[in-house]
Write a protein that binds this ligand. Structure first.
Ligand SMILES: Nc1ncnc2c1ncn2[C@@H]1O[C@H](COP(=O)(O)OP(=O)(O)OP(=O)(O)O)[C@@H](O)[C@H]1O
Length: 565
């Protein structure tokens, strides 16, 4: 149980402001495909504001005209009324649609980055924190467009229009109301933004901490029960929940104060124009110009009161952008090329030096080895020697610091990732089973396999009989992470999935984990047959003697010692 989520930083020594600016510009860059939609949304928003101003201005003018016996047509009033309703509806629809598309693009971009760097150090990132970044941080960014950019740009475009109307009610009143509009639209948001730079990260941080604790509690419930630690874990969740509530309460109080103050400034602006209309403080204005200005002031000033709150949100938005970009940049995926797939399936490591993180000791130092096509090699070594790390390197799930990895003489960084993945099937130590049926887990989206082939792979993995006895057979739902199966059963389904792949090279990391001694022997004997004709790298702590092998590699101190069988 950690106390709080470690925050990853890849921005070197620059200031938080420059972090945010960089992060926000990266996010806007990701949104570029939606640019025309986002800009159309902005234009519609401004047109809706203009229609609203025209409606209120017309209404004020008509009321004043009626009072002094001047009549005018109602066509413009009707048009602006209908126009405002239609434009406001279209703007809401369009801006939200554009935003959801932009957020969807951002999630896909973030997910791709995450997948690309999944093994390259992101294994250290807490899954609750990653989930928080993927869900709440991305969601927070809808404020950037809907609550910050759209109203701010609209306020900038509206200011000259309202100034024109207000100046007709007198220069003094126009200047004062214009200044109050600027305070609401620009000064208060700026003050809010400065304030939120300090407090903005609190809520996101508290949310991430709470998610980590809640995930810890749910995924570790069995251990918590076994060790009687439910109360401790539940207390950790409660305490983080309280921290989040406190941060949210503080934010709401700041928002309420800001809204109250902005409302007060807006009313002051209305009073200024009212005074000018009544001839108090300012020279009396013609009644039609005065009432038109007054009605425009009511709607224009009211429309910008929420910008102060948007300013208070900006710190949160900037922090969310930073957190998303930090993770996306944390582990750049290994480079990918377009070289054609070589004919040979020989795998070679040439003087490979590798470490998982710059502050970690190297796992391999100048490692050189060759797995020949069709060869069956066991890789043994003590825990932590680097057996799984070698598998991660071969799969390009991690990249060497120095040296080359070659497939048939071609550097794997010059091959397409998809091509490489089709050549090497990997049963990792932590193979994941999805919350799906057994069939769904075996197929993983493939449509080219018959039930006969699925059963054959399950036979080879020594799990077919167990599945035949289940009421729903292949359609049995196995729960999150295969929670409705025993550890050994889940492992064998994961192995069946690997055996279904056509890859000519198999990397099997401890395939017999979770099996009893007798089943293990039978299983390894079957494996000898099931993997015939393919290159096999069998990673194990110990060998049982039944494995059919050409060579054994012992991994020691970052070097491989080859032992003939
Ligand atoms: N994703 C990762 N990020 C950072 N370090 C890692 C990661 N995976 C492994 N390591 C570190 O690399 C070293 C080699 O680990 P590796 O898992 O390759 O060993 P192993 O021989 O497979 O061990 P075991 O037999 O216990 O599975 C260890 O010191 C481990 O802490």
């Amino acid at each position: 149980m950690s106390n709080s989520v470690p925050e990853v930083s890849t921005f070197g020594t620059s200031t938080p402001e420059s972090h945010s600016a960089t992060a926000l510009s990266r996010i806007l860059h990701v949104w570029r495909p939606q640019r025309s939609r986002l800009i159309t949304g902005l234009i519609l928003a401004e047109l809706a504001v203009c229609a609203g101003l025209a409606l209120m201005g017309q209404a004020g003018g008509r009321i004043a005209g009626a009072a002094i016996g001047v009549s005018a047509g109602y066509l413009l009033l009707r048009l602006s009324g209908i126009g405002q309703i239609v434009l406001r509806y279209s703007e809401r629809l369009y801006t939200h649609d554009a935003m959801f598309r932009a957020l969807a693009d951002l999630r896909v971009w973030f997910y791709r980055k995450l997948a690309g760097g999944a093994a390259a150090g992101l294994g250290f990132q807490r899954s609750g924190d990653l989930l928080s970044r993927l869900v709440s941080d991305v969601q927070t960014l809808d404020n950037l467009y809907l609550r910050i950019l759209v109203p701010l740009v609209s306020a900038g475009l509206t200011l000259p229009i309202v100034l024109l109307v207000w100046f007709r009610a007198g220069v003094g009143a126009g200047l004062t109301a214009g200044a109050l509009f600027a305070v609401l639209a620009f000064v208060l948001p700026l003050m809010g933004a400065r304030l939120s730079r300090r407090f903005g990260p609190d809520i996101l941080k508290a949310e991430a901490d709470l998610r980590v604790a809640a995930l810890d509690l749910t995924s570790g419930l069995r251990e918590a029960r076994a060790f009687g630690a439910e109360d401790v874990l539940a207390a950790a969740v409660t305490s983080r929940q309280e921290t989040l509530f406190r941060a949210q309460r503080r934010q709401q109080i700041r928002m309420a104060l800001m809204q109250g103050f902005a409302g007060f400034v807006a009313k002051a602006g209305v009073v200024v124009i009212l005074c000018a209309t009544a001839g108090i403080l300012f020279p009396r204005t013609p009644v039609i110009a005065g009432l038109t200005a007054l009605f425009v002031a009511i709607t224009a000033l009211e429309g910008v009161t929420s910008l102060g709150r948007a300013g208070l949100l900006s710190g949160q938005v900037a922090h969310a952008a930073r957190r998303i970009v930090e993770v996306a940049d944390h582990a750049p995926p290994a480079p990918e090329g377009t070289a054609p797939l070589p004919a040979s399936r020989e795998l070679q490591l040439e003087n490979v030096t590798f470490r998982w993180a710059p502050d970690r000791a190297p796992v391999f130092h100048n490692l050189t080895l060759t797995l020949r096509q069709g060869e069956r090699v066991a890789l043994i070594g003590h825990s932590g020697a680097g057996k799984s790390s070698l598998a991660a390197l071969l799969l390009k799930a991690a990249s060497p610091e120095r040296g080359k990895i070659l497939l048939g003489g071609t550097d794997i960084t010059t091959l397409r990732d998809d091509d490489l993945r089709r050549q090497i099937a990997w049963l990792s130590q932590a193979s994941h089973l999805f919350d799906d049926t057994i069939r769904g887990n075996l197929l993983l989206g493939r449509t080219d396999l018959s039930d006969k082939e699925l059963w054959s792979a399950l036979e080879q993995a020594r799990i077919a009989n167990v599945i035949r006895d289940l009421p729903d057979g292949l359609d049995t739902w196995i729960g999150e992470g295969g929670s409705k199966l025993s550890g050994g059963q889940g492992r064998r389904i994961a192995l069946a999935r690997v055996l279904l792949s056509d890859a000519p090279i198999l990397v099997l990391d401890e395939p017999a984990t979770g099996l009893d001694a007798e089943t293990e022997r039978a299983f390894l004997e079957t494996l000898n047959v099931a993997t015939e004709g393919r290159s096999v790298l069998l990673i194990a702590h110990r060998l049982t003697g039944v494995e059919k092998l050409d060579r054994i590699w012992r991994l020691e101190d970052g070097q491989v010692i080859s032992i003939a069988c």
